[in-house]
Design a binder for this molecule. Sequence first.
Ligand SMILES: [Zn+2]
Length: 334
Amino acid sequence: MLVDSRVRGWLDVPHAERPERLTRTYQLFERAGVLDVLTRVPAREARVAELELAHTASHIEAVRAASARGGLEWAGPEARTSAGTWTAARLAVGGLLEAVDHVVAAELDNAFVCCRPPGHHASADQAMGFCLFNAVAVAARYLQGRVAIVDWDVHHGNGTQEIFYADPSVLFVSLHQDDLYPKGFGTLEQRGAGSTVNVPLPAGTGDDGYRYAFEQVVAPALRRFRPDFILVSAGQDAAASDTHGRMSVTTEGFRAMASETKLLAEELCGGRVVVFLEGGYSLDHLPLCNLAIVEALAGLTPSWERDPLELDVPTVLGEAAKQAVDAAVLAAGL
Ligand SMILES: [Zn+2]
């Protein structure tokens, strides 16, 4: 986990993507005692040459210049900059690269990167949807091998898809709410060079639907691709109490996805997996989901058996979710 107080004050305006997403997560981690058993790695600012692995020079300069002007500005659709943006956005990317370096060097088994802003809507030359630089895309290029990206944010990772659409060396698997945001992205027909696998899911899919999607699509797609490294765009906005989606996933759904990803990494690439926080805007649920993910990655005893929020969610695999997953299996030729 990476914690850096330099990003705490950035973009502290009434908005969903706010500093409390991280400070509340940190407080919960502290109270649960997990900070005592995790290795904490300081973030660093990504260099411009590293950002250029996935972004155009003009996009990088536009974000830098907007940040230097200091006021609140729109950098793209639903993406804003302010005085601290240039530092925070480079710390989020550099934090992920630092975690990747530690895992490649076998100094850490795996890592969870808790930074902001998120990145998966940012394309090569466009900020979008709270995202300025696509940290996971930069990290995939930085790794220079066969990289699998699993994106379970409730929104489609259109920026990541676009960056690797013609690149067969990077597998992009996205589980997201069908036709949510951005409109027109994440369909079964969008397959790129064959290494884009979209799994659009119906509202209310729930833990069992996500488990089924992992078993039927994510695991076979990763086994077919045989990655050297796995990156996760982990958006916890599929959580049942998150107003940005309607997917009814509980802490146990996120714990299961993190556990399954860890097992796949152990089977396929020496356990090398780094999980990067993307979305997740429920200040009550996000910290709990983040803790469940970290407990799974670190092999810690779960702090609870059932989601502490005790929300009313589906408890079986629904027919609509099953059909959506089965259609994705067919579309991906799995
Ligand atoms: Zn999202």
